[in-house]
Design a protein around this ligand. Structure first.
Ligand code: NAP
Length: 329
């Protein structure tokens, strides 16, 4: 064997490894691969699939979904597609007017409700309206969110991104858990993000939840998204004796209003999905038969993937749960 053939073979091997790595990294702009978890049932969809594609052929008639943050981006698309497949979708937005406007753009059965996640009274009022319908919630999508707010803002004793992304949803889910467990296979889908990787290795800064010791717009976002993941994992453990499931989702990197707090417009080169593709994973986890029994997983590109180990930290998740309960009362 000549030196040339060895070099050539090595080159070919490197190219193959490069290709495999590229596939594993495709779909991620967070600097972390979205590696499918082969211990879980994998579906036929991928990063390019759209919300309509992952729900094609599904009849959601008779099912009720609740989608927070229905007034724009991924929430609006999720509401549109679930309603298109026959579900009755309760769409929440920060004001009744915004919720009405969003629901009016969608065909199918929708009910607009106002939900301001920084206001406990608004969360209680929203939950009480939903409960008054006396209908089980089959799909609860905790989708609303804010990202990288420049200046420190404190609401309900905590920093704003933690308040909106995690605490408000934590309270809403607690108030609605019994309506989800009443459904045949109720599913709670919590929007996290691959940004959670950036919160490792320290995780939730329990001694600085109000940001008064230090505040960084991106670190606060990363921790709030880790909190979303920890919440989903702990919720799944607590729902174990029921037929309901809870999972976390990374939707992709998508140009939406989420980027509004940045000084510059969202960088096109960093986006890897359209809005219909971005809404696909949450629609898949919420409605498709394949993940019906999957709970306590982190999904991206329409499959369970391996999260940063910190998302599986049971001690941190339990502590977050206890502190969140205290903060909501
Ligand atoms: N886009 C991405 O690249 C990306 C990546 C990873 C994860 N995610 C996650 O995906 C989810 C959806 O984001 P998106 O990209 O669709 O963003 P978006 O277009 O900005 O939508 C966010 C929604 O949340 C609502 N919202 C914001 N603050 C709220 C509050 N205090 N109370 C109630 N609702 C509030 C917004 O309402 P207003 O418009 O009235 O403020 C809007 O309807 C978020 O949880 C985000 O963290 C997105």
């Amino acid at each position: 064997m000549t030196a040339f053939t060895i070099t050539r073979r090595r080159l070919m091997q490197s190219a193959m490894i490069g290709l495999v790595c590229h596939r594993a990294w495709a779909g991620s702009r967070c600097g972390e691969p979205q590696t499918p978890d082969n211990n879980q049932p994998l579906g036929p969809f991928n990063a390019a699939s759209t919300a309509e594609e992952v729900t094609a052929g599904l009849d959601l008639t008779g099912k009720t979904a609740l989608v927070t943050g229905c007034s724009s981006g991924l929430g609006l698309e999720t509401m549109r597609v679930l309603a298109l497949r026959g579900a009755h979708v309760i769409g929440t937005a920060r004001t009744q007017e915004k919720a009405n406007d969003a629901c009016q753009t969608v065909s199918g059965k929708t009910t607009p409700i106002s939900l301001e996640l920084t206001e406990f009274d608004s969360i209680r009022e929203c939950a009480s309206i939903v409960k008054s319908f006396d209908t089980p919630i089959d799909i609860l999508v905790c989708n609303a969110g804010v990202m990288a707010i420049k200046e420190l803002r404190i609401v309900n004793g905590v920093e704003m991104q933690f308040a909106v992304n995690h605490l408000g949803h934590f309270m809403l889910v607690n108030l609605l858990t019994d309506t989800v467990t009443r459904a045949k296979n109720g599913r709670i889908v919590i929007l996290s993000s691959c940004a959670h990787h950036g919160a490792a290795p320290h995780g939730i800064d329990f001694d600085n939840l109000d940001g008064s010791k230090s505040y960084s717009p991106w670190d606060a976002y990363r921790r709030s998204k880790l909190a979303n993941g920890l919440h989903a994992m702990e919720l799944a453990r607590r729902l174990k004796s029921t037929s309901a499931t809870a999972n976390a989702v990374h939707p992709g990197t998508i140009k939406t209003d989420l980027w509004r707090h940045l000084d510059r417009p969202a960088p096109d080169g960093k986006m890897n999905k359209s809005i219909p593709q971005g809404a696909a994973t949450q629609c898949y986890v919420g409605a498709h038969p394949i993940p019906a029994g999957i709970s306590g997983q982190y999904f991206a590109d329409c499959n369970p993937v391996i999260a940063n180990p910190i998302m599986y930290d049971k001690k941190m998740a339990k502590r977050l749960w206890v502190i969140s309960e205290e903060l909501c009362t």
